[in-house]
Design a protein around this ligand. Structure first.
Ligand code: 0O2
Length: 212
């Protein structure tokens, strides 16, 4: 599972490096990963009514290898997810778009389950990896929500649930505004480049005359 994580991580790092040259900014802010702990694996298998065997882990669990990709803007998530999905050694098994359709508690992220071949000494093995893509803002909410809610019954009180959801909506609105600001700046830059290109065309006959 660690090897599968390494393969997928490298793919995202390569995409980030290439895109940062093309766009002069980093679409990916950070990449973290984890292999699910044996205790959590056992708990999940028991919950699913599956036997606690190695075969059962690889057949029933999609999230033993998990990688979290934190992007700068919402459109970066869809861009890098699409670029990964197009790679011919990657098979997308499932997608859950909790950005277009957030969870009732306000949770937002783009989840993908992918299969990737990993080459070991005895041959090739197809491994599954769960990828969570989210913005910095979505990650901020999910991390804090996980910390304050984890195993705490009082966190299920309706007023707390609704306050957390309202925070998620404020954060989502800010994400959308930040994307809007970036796009406006990009358009202004493009306009000014076009203007200066026009200026060069207008002045070129004079320059040519001077040179002749
Ligand atoms: P950990 O420690 O992150 O591994 P499936 O996995 O398909 O059987 P499930 O569990 O409903 O079904 O999958 P889903 O909805 O894709 O969510 C899996 C992971 O997303 C969770 O992993 C969390 O990391 C994250 N997640 C989902 N909902 C929430 C949420 O409401 N709040 C936060 N903070 N994170 C969420 P695990 O296994 O719970 O934990």
């Amino acid at each position: 599972y660690n090897s599968a994580i390494r393969e997928v991580r490298t793919k995202f790092e390569v995409l980030n490096e290439e895109l940062s040259y093309k766009t002069s900014r980093n679409p990916i802010e950070s990449i973290t990963s984890r292999v699910k702990k044996p205790f959590s694996i056992a708990q999940k298998l028991r919950r699913m009514g599956k036997p606690l065997t190695v075969a059962s882990i690889s057949e029933s669990l999609n999230d033993v290898a998990g990688i979290r990709v934190v992007c700068s803007f919402i459109d970066d998530i869809y861009k890098v997810a699409e670029m990964l999905a197009k790679q011919d050694d990657i098979t997308v098994v499932a997608v859950k778009d909790y950005i277009r359709k957030p969870k009732p508690n306000g949770y937002r992220s783009y989840h993908m389950i992918v299969e990737i071949p990993v080459f070991f000494s005895e041959g090739k093995q197809i491994m599954r990896v769960e990828i969570q893509l989210r913005t910095v803002a979505m990650d901020f909410w999910a991390s804090l929500e996980h910390q304050i809610k984890y195993k705490k019954e009082s966190a299920d009180r309706p007023e707390i649930v609704s306050e957390l959801k309202s925070c998620a909506e404020t954060i989502a609105a800010t994400d959308a505004r930040m994307l809007g600001i970036r796009k406006r700046i990009e358009n202004l830059e493009k306009e000014s480049e076009e203007e200066s290109a026009k200026g060069q065309v207008l002045s070129s006959p004079v320059q040519r005359y001077t040179i002749e």
